[in-house]
Design a protein around this ligand. Structure first.
Ligand code: FAD
Length: 533
């Protein structure tokens, strides 16, 4: 194994660890920063914020993404919001409570020191984004508005209608463009990382291919940062864009970086149900909708095909409110997902194939008026209508759980460095610090905490010992890795098979969902493994 699995958490009480760590980390002086070249793969919220901040500090940054523009990274899809412990609502919120909820939400598997740091930094993120002009929703008096997300009993989620990711990414993209104009960041759009180059046991560069010209290039650096997102598409159907293909972290894994918690996948309870075999992607309906929507199915199987408006109140089962009265419709994501599966397994699911439950806004519309609901969620209702042809102001939405987010990823220490020295991993690509298996709005918080605030403080701790050690692109390690890449491409192009790549992906993904999805047991896991082999 390369390197060690020492998390390198600084000593002292939880609330002082991050300060202690920064006080004792090595620094790179301003005059020396321009002597270091840092590769950032990914320009989503994690990579974009890291590249912009490192550029601002004076490092020379090369930032890669496979989209045609940095601002089209998958972070743009995030809808519902971002958590922070600002305590605007006078409802008992605190840094400790955000930390506690997140640890609990993560089934106590997250590293406490990292999560405490995340909760502390959450407030800086909101300030930074407001300063960039991100148009968060506001109350009439001018304070930023908050809403609730599943698994929390306070309102700590900041949002910009149902487009929070897009607005945050635009703020981040402006900061990135400023550095591109200043010459500190060089952007490489439509360029895919195909391998990691290791020199003397340290990550010292990558091999890329231009998606426009096919040109393969060697890119040396003093350190490599992967901000390449999650692996939800391994299940074929997920809410992730089709482009999210895990090449970067998988190649790093093949070069010795260890993966942690790969089975830890978040299944989101509110997605538009699968409607047929033609589908290659599923669409999320933001969790924020559960603030005002009530989840139900008919009490009796026989009512499954009746129009919902004809099913009287006494024949409806508001099963989340019944089973989990203290959280009601805002029960944590895993609990809400399993509960939906249970009622569908009982034969009470609605819509095609009986794999759906209702999310009903009738009560909220009666109480608040259609306009208020439109203001809060208008664009989500539009997306729903475009996909299903149904008007959710008039009939309840139909929803079902789907793969949404991956908590597993490359193992990192407190500095966000993998076991391969010089290889840093941030955002969804690392094995997350947070509790997103149950809590929403933590992923944006983590990506931006990593990129704007943590990596800029921890990267120098490594770089300080690397002055003058950047290899030449002609080094043997670069030549050999490029040769491996070319051989792999050649092999794939010469398969001459009769099935498309996509058909294999579909078959394996659906097998994984079936045997290793929302509920898992030994027999199913063994069957799945045998069939995959
Ligand atoms: C529909 C949807 C809604 C969501 N809503 C919320 C929400 O409301 N709140 C919340 O907190 N979270 C939400 N999430 C989760 C959150 O959006 C993501 O976890 C987060 O944005 C991931 O950011 P990232 O920067 O780590 O990765 P991404 O935004 O996925 O960016 C990955 C980057 O890596 C690049 N890349 C990948 N592989 C390569 C390669 N081999 N070579 C070159 N470049 C590469 C891509 O081009 C891209 O630039 C949502 C997710 C989805 C799918």
């Amino acid at each position: 194994m390369i390197g060690t699995l020492d998390p390198k958490i600084s000593p002292g009480p939880l609330a002082q660890k991050w300060r202690n760590h920064r006080d004792h980390s090595r620094l790179v002086s301003p005059n020396n920063r321009r002597k270091f070249e840092v590769i950032v793969v990914g320009s989503g919220l994690a990579g974009g914020s890291a590249a912009a901040t490192l550029g601002e500090l004076g490092y020379r940054v090369k930032c890669f993404c496979f989209q045609d523009s940095a601002r089209r990274a998958h972070s743009i899809a995030a809808q519902g919001g971002i958590n922070a412990a600002k305590y605007y609502q006078n409802d008992g919120e605190s840094v400790y409570r955000l930390f506690h909820d997140t640890i609990k939400g993560g089934d106590f598997r997250a590293r406490e020191a990292n999560v405490y740091r995340l909760a502390e930094i959450s407030n800086n993120i909101i300030d930074q984004c407001v300063a960039q002009g991100v148009p968060f929703a506001r109350e009439y008096v001018g304070l930023l508005a908050n809403r609730s997300f599943g698994g929390a009993q306070v309102s700590r989620t900041f949002y910009a209608r149902g487009q929070t990711g897009q607005q945050l990414l635009l703020g981040c993209y402006q900061a990135l463009c400023r550095q591109i104009a200043a010459g500190t960041v060089r952007m490489f759009p439509q360029t895919e990382m195909l391998d990691l180059v290791i020199v003397d046991g340290q990550a010292k560069g990558i091999i890329t291919r231009s998606l426009r010209t096919g040109k393969i290039e060697r890119q040396p650096a003093d350190a490599v940062v992967l901000a390449t997102g999650g692996y939800g598409n391994v299940f074929y159907l997920s809410t992730n864009a089709r482009g999210c293909n895990v090449t970067a972290t998988y190649r790093a894994y093949k070069r010795g970086a260890l993966f942690a918690n790969p089975s830890f996948t978040q299944i989101h309870p509110t997605c538009i149900p699968v409607s047929g075999e033609h589908q290659s992607k599923l669409t999320l309906m933001s969790e924020s909708l559960r603030n005002d929507g009530r989840v139900w199915v008919p009490k009796r199987k026989e009512d499954r095909d009746r129009p919902p408006g004809e099913i009287p109140e006494q024949d409806r089962d508001y099963y989340l409110e019944r089973k989990y009265p203290s959280y009601g419709n805002l029960a944590p994501r895993d609990i809400a997902s399993r509960a939906a599966k249970e009622v569908c397994d009982e034969g009470r699911g609605v819509g095609p194939g009986g794999r759906g439950v209702y999310l009903d806004f009738a009560d909220a519309i009666k109480r608040l008026g259609e306009n208020t609901i439109r203001e809060r969620y208008g664009n989500l209702f539009e997306v729903y209508e475009k996909i299903t042809g149904e008007n959710a102001y008039k009939v309840p939405m139909r929803i079902y759980p789907a793969v949404h987010y991956t908590m597993g990823g490359l193992w990192v220490d407190y500095d966000l460095m993998s076991n391969v020295p010089g290889l840093f991993v941030i955002g969804e690509a690392n094995f997350s610090d947070h509790g997103a298996n149950r809590l929403g709005a933590s992923a944006l918080m983590q990506g931006l905490a990593d990129g704007y605030f943590i990596l800029p403080n921890t990267l120098p701790n490594y770089l300080a010992s690397q002055m003058g050690k950047r290899p030449s692109p002609d080094a043997a390690e670069f030549r050999d890795t490029e040769k491996d890449v070319r051989a792999r491409i050649e092999k794939l192009l010469n398969v001459n098979g009769t099935r498309s790549l996509d058909s294999f992906h579909r078959e394996l993904g659906l097998l994984l969902w079936d045997k290793c999805g929302m509920s898992r047991h030994e027999k199913g896991l063994r069957e799945g493994r045998t069939r995959a082999q």
